[in-house]
Design a protein around this ligand. Structure first.
Ligand code: SF4
Length: 99
């Protein structure tokens, strides 16, 4: 069965990040925190209650430029940006419902 949702993000979070090679050398912002694996790890940490669903986390998870660059090079053929968007939508919709 194909993984989706948080199960897929959990795999990406602990993947050694081979898709990162797709990021061009002249990309201005090369921070590791913007890679798909790092964003997936942040989503997992949020899901598991180790990170607060604050504005900083929301902003970090919305920065999907490098994840989109890496997407066609995922060795598992995962669409991590789409999963991160779906995760964030669910996360902050639920937070708004309980505000
Ligand atoms: S996008 Fe794919 S290849 Fe890249 S870190 Fe995640 S699981 Fe690994």
């Amino acid at each position: 069965m194909a993984e989706t949702g948080i199960a897929l993000l959990r795999i990406c979070a602990f993947c050694p990040n081979p898709c990162r090679l797709a990021v061009p050398e002249d990309e201005a912002d090369q921070r590791e925190s913007r890679t798909p694996s790092a964003l997936a790890y942040l989503a997992v940490a949020l899901n598991d209650g180790f990170v607060e669903p604050d504005g900083e986390t929301q902003t970090a998870l919305a920065d999907l430029e490098l994840a989109e660059t890496c997407r066609p090079h995922c060795v598992y053929e995962f669409d991590v940006p789409a999963e991160l968007r779906a995760f964030a939508r669910k996360q902050w919709d639920e937070t708004a419902d309980h505000a």
